[in-house]
Design a protein around this ligand. Sequence first.
Ligand code: RRO
Length: 320
Amino acid sequence: ASLKTTVAGIALDCCIYNASGPRTGTVNALVKIGESRSGAVLSKSATLLCQDGNPLPRYKEFPLGDACPGSINSEGLPNQGIDYYISEEVVSAIGSLAKHYFVSLSGLSLADNLEMLSRAMKVQGIAAIELNLACPNIPGKPTMAYDFEQMDAVLQAVTTHPSFGSKPLGVKLAPYFDVPHFQRAASILNKYPIKYVVCTNTIGNALVVDAENEQALIKPKAGFGGLGGAYVKPIALANVRQFSQLLREDIDVVGVGGVASGTDAFELILCGAKAVQVGTKHWSEGASCFNRISEELSVLMTKKGYKSIEEFRGKLKENF
Ligand code: RRO
């Protein structure tokens, strides 16, 4: 079966690729993704300047069944700074592997986002930009995707900035849990010339407790952090389904959340996803997860008689 797809008009040989965050901070890590079957390479969310992030321990996995672990993180945007991710070294290393390179931006202010956007838009060899409006882990800062007025203002500023337009823009969203919130978010996104959304980031401000040691699992933010892995799959499925139905036809939906197998990816595509990212499972398994999950999806499709993902994408049955 063919796993080919397009995201924002960009043709990908494989609909499975990495989420921003896990194993995406350095050129070495990005090259490992590029050498795998991953359909694209997506960077760690960048800030204007490099930063160390929050104190350790700040990422932990914990069991949930045996397929996909759960994870909690409060990394606090550790990254090398935008100029690293758009550098000749990084861009050409990924380009030489014949993979499309997506750069994620998560500025600490609107001014920083606009400055990074204008730098990244100029660089040849970057296929698209993913604006992360959903980081839950910066002490004192709200999750922008939950502040609809601010989200509207940011998208307005970004899409009217003089540097905007030479590359497709995607938006990484936080998970929503209420129908009016899906509708409000979609009505804002539909006003702007964005090409795709990514559903979803981690569920912010979860707390995982280590009963034996009577303490939280991670140190930053008194233990509160973004929940990922198996726990979030049903929420990712719901968000992908809702946004597939509420957004303009020309806005693609990319799914992410709790994908550890070909079946998990199949489920997100059934809900409407044009591509599927892998986060927690990439942390725990390494870049070979892209080969395994792609192969599992291909085998499942063949078993079901599907030759391409468009044959079942979005076709979740609603009749029983
Ligand atoms: O670096 C992080 O703490 C982080 C980010 Br920017 C994000 O978007 N989502 C997340 O779970 N962690």
